[in-house]
Design a protein around this ligand. Structure first.
Ligand code: NAP
Length: 645
């Protein structure tokens, strides 16, 4: 093992120890020294609890000042000794050590399967070994030389797939319609746009960023991260930007995909590959609302994902249509400069407080993440523990629950009570708004919105929350069904995305000549969210039923899918399989299970109308699985579930 080198001086270390999470540093100390006293009852942290009304846990350990000082002093002594003596870095933990340390640190038992997942998410175990070894054997036999892949989309998922293809030595081309990478982070530039899951989880497991400036970073920093990843992973040579995929078809006799693009020069071109990975996202194509007269409005009207920076909203009368995540993020800055904002709410959403939304990452913590050996790994493990499946019990309906129309079980009802109290507290002297701000569906029926000062903003003097339905748009503004005309100078439509139309508007023609849009209609179904019968060698990332509602971490989901795809590709290459197609019966059985589980979860609740559901009420976007279950589901390939030629 390499020797440990810790840079800096005593002052750096002391500062870091002021800012680190104490239950995390205890795991580091035990890891570095092997001394069991760091996990002794004296240092037992308090359980992780979410403060009243918040999903964001307090994981500080709850130590007395005396014990906290003792841990810091002990850590200083250990780390200065390690810094000065530079011993060999101890090996990564065994699974048993992971379970033991994490169970101590989070003050509750951590199961073996969850711990196995954490071993990979921290990089203590190399998850890519599973596909790298068979591939290396195949590479030695040159089976890979004539195998190539096209990745469509250079956002978070495409970059992840491309990185793994590059590592595997599989030739690939990554295409994106935009002139830059980043996908959703490139396109969304509205005020206060940012991530609403913790950044130390919302980052690739293989490219943790110890330098996030905030716990929930804003758009520019996220875009810079994806640009950095593209450079660092060496993907630019395989990247073609401003290249729009129009159509792709599977040529059965050749077992190849032909992908028709409009290239950066504006010319049609056909590319071809053995396999295609679609990484086009679920939330990429703006949904313009079907409101009469939209095109007649005399002023600027734009979607939140197509923010018009050339339009100065200062001093203007503005309409914001929609009250989802995008609207909640963009409203405060808009209301701060506009003369007046009319917010059009069709239905209220649940909004959760988050005390850390604007909290900068402490300097000492950044130092620790960069320089204290294994701190970053244990920090990530605890972050995932705190933000992954801890809310799962709140989303599973109890069939015996007496008030299923308002909540699902005791935990869910408790959350409802605290969020209702939060609404009242936040509205101040505008308690009259409380009834229209309170959803009638259970918490987690729709995505729980992370608060960006929503209620105080709609309570402002220059903001009006309009809950009367919209009748039409006129040249002057928004007319509601009560006959009132809300005159405005500009309209922002924050009405979401065409999320049910997966892979749309690309035309995707499969083995039998059927287009995917025709096969799916508004009921897309894929096996594990990734593969589709009749579309051999096509792999979807962030496909049907893979969205996560109960916790943070869509990158986690993508990494699970990319791992699964890499196992498929390694199997194809090693076995010299030219066509790899999921069996129809396997896909059907899987999707029956998906729907059966979804009906028992918050977002399958009959009282919820959302972008998660199709016209028949089937949930088509969300995963019905916990993080742990989906990791297991995508970890191993069962080749017998596929037709192979
Ligand atoms: P959204 O959640 O789909 O919200 C769209 C809003 O527009 C809803 O309030 C919806 O009302 C309303 N609406 C839609 N069509 C309408 C119509 N014809 N007339 C009136 N109102 C209409 O869209 P979003 O806010 O852009 O968020 C989409 C997803 O993107 C989120 O769920 C989240 O997954 C992601 N996102 C994440 C972040 C983040 O990480 N910070 C930020 C933004 C978005 P109803 O509720 O009644 O349907």
């Amino acid at each position: 093992m390499p020797r440990i080198t810790i840079p800096g001086n005593d002052a750096d270390l002391r500062q870091a120890l002021e800012d680190v999470n104490l239950p995390t540093i205890l795991m580091v100390l035990e890891h570095l020294t092997g001394d069991p006293r760091w996990l002794s009852p004296r240092y037992q942290p308090a359980p992780i609890v979410a403060p009243e009304g918040s999903l964001f846990p307090d994981d500080s350990g709850g130590y007395s000042e005396e014990i906290a000082a003792e841990i810091r002093a002990g850590a200083f002594e250990v780390l200065t000794r390690v810094r000065d003596e530079q011993p060999a870095l101890p090996p990564p933990p065994t699974l048993e050590q992971m379970i033991e340390r994490m169970s101590f640190s989070v003050a509750e038992p951590v199961g073996a399967e969850f711990a196995k997942m954490l071993m990979e998410e921290t990089g203590f175990v190399d998850r890519d070994a599973q596909w790298r070894e068979p591939l290396q054997a195949a590479l030695a036999g040159s089976a890979v030389a004539d195998f190539s892949v096209i990745v469509i989309g250079a956002g978070m998922s495409g970059i992840c797939a491309a990185k793994k293809l590059k590592d595997a030595g599989i030739p690939f081309t990554m295409l994106d319609k935009n002139p830059a990478v980043g996908g959703t982070w490139y396109e969304n530039t509205y005020p206060d746009c940012g991530v609403d899951t913790p950044n130390h989880f919302y980052s690739y497991s293989f490219e943790r960023n110890p330098n996030w400036s905030g716990y929930f970073s804003k758009r520019d920093e996220l875009q810079a991260y994806f640009e950095h990843c593209t450079d660092k992973f060496g993907l630019r040579d395989s990247l073609r930007l401003s290249t729009n995929v129009e159509r792709m078809r599977y040529q059965s006799d050749e077992h190849r995909w032909y992908v028709e693009v409009t290239n950066a020069a504006g010319r049609r071109e056909t590319l071809s590959a053995n396999a295609v990975i679609s990484a086009v996202g679920q939330l990429n194509r703006p949904n313009m609302p079907d409101i009469e007269g939209l095109e007649t409005f005399a002023g600027p009207l734009f979607h939140s994902a197509r923010w018009r920076h050339d339009v100065d909203l200062a001093g203007k009368r503005v309409a914001v249509i929609g009250t989802g995540c995008s609207a909640v993020q963009l409203l405060p800055k808009t209301a701060a400069i506009a003369a007046h904002v009319s917010v059009f709410q069709r239905t209220p959403h649940w909004v959760s407080p988050n005390r850390d939304y604007y909290r900068p990452v402490e300097k000492g913590l950044i130092w620790a993440l960069n320089h204290i050996p294994y701190y970053g790994e244990w920090h990530r493990a605890r972050t995932i523990f705190g933000f992954a499946d801890r809310t799962w019990p709140a989303v599973v309906a109890d069939p015996a629950w007496p008030t299923p129309e308002r909540s699902l079980n005791e935990v869910n009802e408790g959350l409802r009570a605290s969020l209702e109290a939060y609404i009242r507290e936040q509205l101040g002297n505008r308690q009259d708004l409380a009834p229209v701000c309170t959803p009638d569906f259970p918490v987690f029926g729709k995505r729980l919105i992370v608060d960006n000062n929503w209620y105080p903003t709609i309570a402002r003097d220059n903001v009006e929350l309009v809950t009367t339905g919209i009748a039409r748009i006129t040249p002057q503004g928004v007319a509601t069904v009560d006959g009132r005309l809300h005159e405005v100078d500009a309209i922002v439509v924050a009405t979401g995305f065409k999320s049910n139309l997966f892979l749309w508007p690309m035309e995707v023609v499969g083995r039998s000549g059927t287009s995917l849009a025709e096969r799916w209609g508004d009921y897309p179904r894929a096996y594990k969210g990734v593969t589709v019968p009749d579309y051999p060698n096509l792999f979807c990332l962030y496909g049907p039923n893979t969205n996560i509602v109960h916790g943070g971490g869509i990158i986690y989901q993508t990494e699970c899918q990319v791992h699964y795809v890499m196992n498929c590709l390694a199997h194809m290459i090693r076995e010299r399989i030219r066509a790899f197609e999921v069996r129809e019966d396997v896909n059907d059985a899987y999707n029956e299970q998906v729907q059966a589980i979804s009906r028992t979860l918050a977002w399958g609740h009959p009282g919820v109308q959302s972008w998660y559901k199709n016209s028949q009420g089937n949930v088509v976007n969300n995963s019905p699985f916990s993080f742990e279950a989906y990791w297991q589901l995508t970890h191993e390939l069962q080749p017998e579930n596929y037709l192979r030629a």
